[in-house]
Write a new protein. Structure first.
Length: 128
């Protein structure tokens, strides 16, 4: 048995147990995203984790295409891609937006430097 048919039979068995193939795309996409974050020990919103999910989804769609060439359709592929990538992409986008906002806030804060009493022309609190 070649690897494409073995992969497809495993996926079909999981779908038969779980119920909805569309819902599995959402859950597996998030599971891959979170597992990658744990393995690479990166922060939320990591583009590395998003790239791993993208690679897994493209691999899955390539297997679908190789296995089901006559029944394969663009509509199913686009739907699967959106369902798999939606939440990992949203988390990555929100993380990037929050980091950008935080960096702007930090850059806007006045820098508190150690100023000597002579430079500030304030008399020292205690004199000897």
């Amino acid at each position: 048995m070649d690897i494409v048919h073995l992969y497809k039979s495993m996926i079909d068995a999981v779908v038969a147990m779980a119920g909805s193939a569309a819902l599995l795309h959402v859950h597996v996409g998030m599971a891959i995203y979170l597992a990658t974050l744990m393995v690479v020990r990166n922060r939320r919103g990591s583009t590395i984790a998003l790239q791993v999910v993208l690679a897994a989804e493209l691999g899955n769609e390539a297997m679908d295409w190789l296995e089901g060439a006559p029944q394969w359709t663009w509509g199913d592929t686009i739907s699967d891609f959106i369902l798999t990538m939606l939440w990992p992409a949203a988390i990555t986008a929100v993380g990037a937006w929050r980091r950008r906002r935080w960096r702007k806030a930090v850059a806007a804060e006045p820098r508190i430097a150690a100023i000597s009493s002579a430079a500030s022309r304030v008399p020292p609190i205690a004199t000897t």
